[in-house]
Design a protein around this ligand. Structure first.
Ligand SMILES: O=C(O)CCC(=O)C(=O)O
Length: 310
């Protein structure tokens, strides 16, 4: 019997706007009022790192540095469905770079705080791009093979992500569509969707999502406002450096995402608030994930109360 043809399932997308800036000052002025994501070209060209940084360069310069590496990463499914401990290995940066040269499977040094490699901090120039009054931000380093996938998620701060080496495909969705993105009930900042092979049967509301996409290439900087959902997929070995800056999202905006995510989510968040937060029981460590939303809410409230009391 001939196989039934599956309908093509593609989320409707339009390109992320690209803007060429004459210099850092021009981008900084634009950022003050920017209301959505964009890709900045022409700014990173002036940073030496775009010519200097490669995986081999890092291997030679910081080869003995011990790093937490995520290895044998899955090709399909939401990465957050996996357990962190099944993919996490400690190794030197030299061993990691040898691994990405040899292994067929995706490996990732994911979100390494630049404080671990302080020598590189002065080689980036994000401060020249920041609007006034937003502080210095937090700098992170990302080095991986081709085929790494971040999974669809949102962050709690505004983000400038510089593609220093290689390229990545990027997929972005506005925060108002969060009710159609199927967050995990225990972690509402992460989506259950596999962006590369979306299933409209399993996740029907996805068919009405409108996304923005682009291939981010070396020399470009992507701006992602806080709360915007995004997914990165590396198309080659890649190095990124990103800066989260500005004000943390409000408690109210997290509760809004919980409210839009359905009754199952409300129950799970309340449970984790009590069990993992109040009673301190261990929680499931999802790949590339922070603590469960309920525990995070508990910790935020408890810290606020402690600050007021002491
Ligand atoms: O490049 C990646 O894999 C993820 C980057 C990311 O999620 C971010 O910059 O917020």
């Amino acid at each position: 019997m001939p196989k039934k043809k599956q309908p093509t399932q593609e989320i409707k997308c339009q390109p992320i706007p690209r803007i060429t800036f004459a210099n850092a000052q021009a981008m900084r002025e634009y950022l003050i009022t920017a209301s959505g994501p964009f890709i900045a070209t022409g700014v990173l060209d002036g940073w030496n790192i775009v010519r200097a940084w490669t995986p081999n360069y890092f291997s030679k310069r910081f080869g003995d540095l011990e790093v937490a590496a995520f290895v044998d990463l899955p090709v399909h499914g939401a990465p957050y469905d996996m357990r962190s401990e099944d993919h996490l290995l400690r190794m030197t940066l030299r061993q990691f770079v040898e691994r990405i040269d040899k292994s067929q499977k995706a490996s990732y040094i994911h979100q390494l705080s630049a404080a671990k490699i302080p020598d590189i901090v002065g080689e980036t120039h994000f401060r020249s791009l920041l609007p006034p009054g937003v502080g210095n931000g937090m700098l992170y380093f990302w080095l991986g093979s081709g085929g790494t996938r971040s999974g669809l998620h949102f962050d709690r701060f505004d983000n400038l992500n510089a593609q220093v080496f290689g390229s990545k495909s990027v997929f972005i969705v506005s925060p108002d569509q969060c009710g159609r993105l199927y967050p995990f009930p225990d972690n509402v900042e992460k989506s259950r969707i596999d962006v590369d092979t979306p299933s409209f049967e399993r996740f029907p509301a996805l068919s009405s999502v409108r996304a923005h996409t682009a291939t981010l290439i070396a020399g470009e900087i992507l701006y992602i406002p806080k709360l915007w959902w995004h997914h990165f997929h590396s198309l080659s070995p890649a190095i990124n450096i990103n800066l989260w800056y500005g004000e943390h999202i409000s408690m109210r905006s997290i509760l809004r995402v919980v409210a839009q995510s359905g009754v199952g989510c409300w129950i799970q968040v309340a449970r984790d608030f009590l069990v993992c937060g109040l009673f301190g029981r261990p929680s499931r460590a999802r790949l590339f994930s922070d603590v469960p939303t309920g525990k995070f809410l508990y910790e935020t409230i408890a810290t606020g109360i402690r600050r007021r009391m002491f």
